[in-house]
Design a binder for this molecule. Structure first.
Ligand code: NAD
Length: 294
């Protein structure tokens, strides 16, 4: 199939490579030329604007930072909807606000374009391996139609409900990950202050009820004092802000999410916004005067 792909960052680039590997023709667009060059070197063709890409393919995928970027690329000047006619498909795989997905879907529907929101979890390593977890929202018949394409980028592809349900699911994922990282950082700072080695604590508890994929991935980074991203604090602030807006909109208070968001805002103000989200350990180092790691 001919597929358009817009947004060739940390995630988009390897996702394009997996679409190419699965035998699709991919036409790409990004505002950063080097990112386009990498995708073209891997076998993709390039378009001159989102509208140009959309005019050449039956299906466009977007993988952009946040709601305003997706709105600009889809609904803005020279956007996807300028180039797409009735019957075309848009799959937005960015992590954005569920309400924004619904607004973008309305604009698509007005032009006869069908849309799914299908954000992912798993980060760059799973984007490279093609083993992302995809959580999709929108019309179920459309989901069934494009499921195989999603499986060329992910190993788990789950239909979650109507449009916006994919991003609501992703917000739940981001709340659980953020709070879990904060809990690990808080607990490991306490043990360090109490004179017990965090490395031994990790070894002792990782197989018990407190063990988690998050702890396995992030505790070693905290112990090594390695905060190279992975998933950046600034992107996680974006997700927690979207979670708080969504929670407030539906009458679900999120007190723990609000606390961790403020910890991340503190890190951002301290210049650590581009660090991995495991840098929540730096917040606890600041308030306790003790580092978990080196
Ligand atoms: P990124 O910042 O690396 O890439 C975003 C890309 O979008 C960049 O190449 C940028 O140039 C491009 N872009 C921005 N505005 C544009 C426009 N108007 N037109 C064309 N291109 C434009 O971000 P990423 O890490 O690849 O994340 C993308 C999305 O996936 C985000 O919503 C993020 O929350 C989500 N996500 C990221 C990870 C991760 O570990 N990095 C994991 C899961 C989900």
């Amino acid at each position: 199939m001919k597929i358009g792909f817009i947004g060739l960052g940390i995630m988009g680039k390897p996702m394009v490579k997996n679409l190419l590997k699965a035998g699709h023709d991919v036409i790409v667009y990004d505002i950063i030329e080097n990112n386009v060059k990498d995708a073209v070197d891997a076998g993709a063709k390039s378009g001159t604007s989102p509208a140009d890409v959309a005019s050449q393919v039956p299906l466009v995928i977007t993988m952009l930072p946040n709601s305003p970027h997706v709105k600009t690329v889809v609904m803005g000047e020279k956007g996807v909807l300028e180039g797409a006619e009735k019957g075309k498909i848009l799959i937005d795989m960015s992590s954005i606000a569920p309400l924004a997905s619904q607004e973008i879907e309305k604009a698509c529907a007005a032009k006869g374009v069908r849309m799914l929101d299908a954000p992912v979890s798993g980060g760059e390593p799973k984007a490279v391996d093609g083993t992302l977890a995809v959580m999709a929202g929108g019309d179920k018949a459309l989901f069934d139609e494009v499921k195989d394409i999603l499986f060329s980028m992910g190993s788990s592809v789950v239909y979650c409900g109507g449009i916006g349900a994919g991003n609501t699911t992703k917000l739940a994922n981001q709340i659980i990950v953020a709070l879990n990282i904060a809990a690990v950082a808080e607990a490991f700072t306490m043990v360090k202050k109490a004179g017990v080695e965090p490395e031994l604590v990790f070894e002792a508890i990782k197989g018990g009820l407190a063990g988690s994929t998050v702890m396995n991935a992030k505790a070693p980074m905290m112990i090594e004092g390695n905060f190279k991203p992975g998933f950046k604090i600034d992107l996680h602030i974006k997700d927690l802000a979207n979670a708080l807006d969504t929670g407030h909109g539906v009458g679900a208070p999120l007190p723990l999410t609000a606390s961790v968001r403020e910890m991340m805002e503190t890190l951002h103000a301290d210049g650590a916004g581009q660090d991995d989200h495991s840098a929540l350990a730096k917040y606890y180092a600041k308030v306790s005067g003790t580092k978990i790691g080196k």
